[in-house]
Design a protein. Structure first.
Length: 136
């Protein structure tokens, strides 16, 4: 099976670095770049055509919801997973309506992240327990 190419989008360098470290040691996953806001993310998707985008939602310039919507419209094969600190019902709904295939809260483990990325790549939705609770 081919490696999953992943773009990491977050305005905090510490989080981007941590995610990249996890991805580098995860079998079958290749971090192909990082963006610090939504508009950079859209540009990076256009250039690199990742399989999966890990998208923070609260960022300067262009937020993750707007970026997710644009990526979903322009590049339908690219799967976006919202990865955020927020689990409010409205945030979960907005991300899913924008086209995210997953919604994860940043307290997940490396193995949970890997499973969610593999699920998204296969076209299956993944929601963290907090997100499930918010929309149920």
């Amino acid at each position: 099976m081919a490696d999953i190419r992943i773009l990491v989008v977050d305005d905090h360098a510490v989080i981007r670095n941590g995610l990249n470290k996890v991805l580098k040691i995860s079998k079958g996953m290749i971090p192909i770049g990082e963006a610090t806001n939504g508009s950079e993310a859209v540009q990076m998707v256009a250039m690199h055509k990742p399989d999966v985008v890990l998208m923070d939602l609260m960022m300067p310039e262009m937020d993750g919801i707007s970026a997710t919507r644009e990526i979903h419209e322009k590049y339908p094969p690219v799967k976006v997973i919202a990865l955020t600190s927020f689990s409010e019902r409205s945030m979960v709904q907005k991300a899913l309506q924008a086209g995210a295939i997953g919604y994860l809260v940043k307290n997940i483990t490396a193995s949970e992240l890997g499973s969610a990325i593999r699920s998204a790549h296969a076209g299956r939705m993944t929601l963290s327990p907090e997100a499930m609770q918010a929309i149920s």
